[in-house]
Design a protein around this ligand. Structure first.
Ligand SMILES: [Zn+2]
Ligand SMILES: [Zn+2]
Length: 227
């Protein structure tokens, strides 16, 4: 946040999409420290044992949530193992929409229809299918990651974006890349192959240590390509 020049004390709301620790750790502590609202669905609050928390608000599926002076949020359920996960679409007072979509094994028709209205989309490209299958994960974990409740592969993300791309989609950020089963330039090239004929906005990668948004294709520094 410091690098993005965001003062945490100005945050109105923290929305937690699901209870997995990479999405919920520190959220309660941060909401207390910064004095902002904490919102999640009922199942996520239950799994995190947040019931009774003063600043907690519970949302329902496809409910429009006021999250600040001129931002409303819409959550769309997505399939993810053992969690009631949601994708989030933020809408400002001018009707501009931005989506954050991670931790889903499959893109649903409902999600696609919502993403077709978005001007900015941050979506996971979690793994390269060959790398996952040839890598060191146990077979059961390979099946879980690649199953309906796992994560989106680069190929699945490329296919979904092919359906979604429209003239008012200005930027795409690929996020939640697996450190074991993916590389930024592989994710970027697979997605570019899928959408280069129809998309002329910006495509960038958010690495795990974020918040850098970098273009990897065309980089002349080979060290960076293999990093
Ligand atoms: Zn998760
Ligand atoms: Zn995750």
């Amino acid at each position: 946040m410091q690098r993005l020049n965001v003062d945490p004390k100005k945050i109105d709301t923290i929305l937690v999409t699901h209870h997995h620790s990479d999405h919920s750790n520190s959220a309660l502590r941060a909401s207390k420290k910064w004095g902002c609202n904490l919102i999640s669905n009922a199942e996520t609050a239950r799994r995190l044992e947040w019931e009774g928390t003063a600043r907690l608000k519970i949302f329902s599926e496809l409910e429009r949530i006021d999250a600040g002076v001129d931002i409303s949020l819409l959550t769309v359920p997505v399939p993810h193992d053992d969690a009631e996960n949601v994708a989030v679409i933020a809408c400002d007072s001018n009707g501009k929409r931005a989506a954050v979509v991670t931790d889903l094994g499959e893109v649903t028709a409902e999600l696609i229809s919502h993403l077709k209205n978005c001007n900015h989309i941050s979506i996971e490209a979690n793994y390269d299918h060959d790398r996952l299958m040839r890598g060191g994960y146990p077979d059961s974990l390979k099946r879980r990651v690649s199953g309906r409740g796992g994560h989106l592969s680069n190929y699945q993300t490329a296919k979904a974006l092919q359906e979604i791309v429209h003239p008012e989609l200005h930027s795409i950020v690929l996020c939640h890349l697996s450190e074991s089963n993916n590389l930024p330039h592989i994710a970027e090239s697979e997605v570019l192959m899928g959408i280069c004929d129809s998309f002329d906005g910006s495509l960038s990668i958010s690495k795990q240590e974020g918040p850098d948004f970098s273009n990897w294709i065309g980089q002349s520094n080979p060290e960076r390509i293999v990093a």
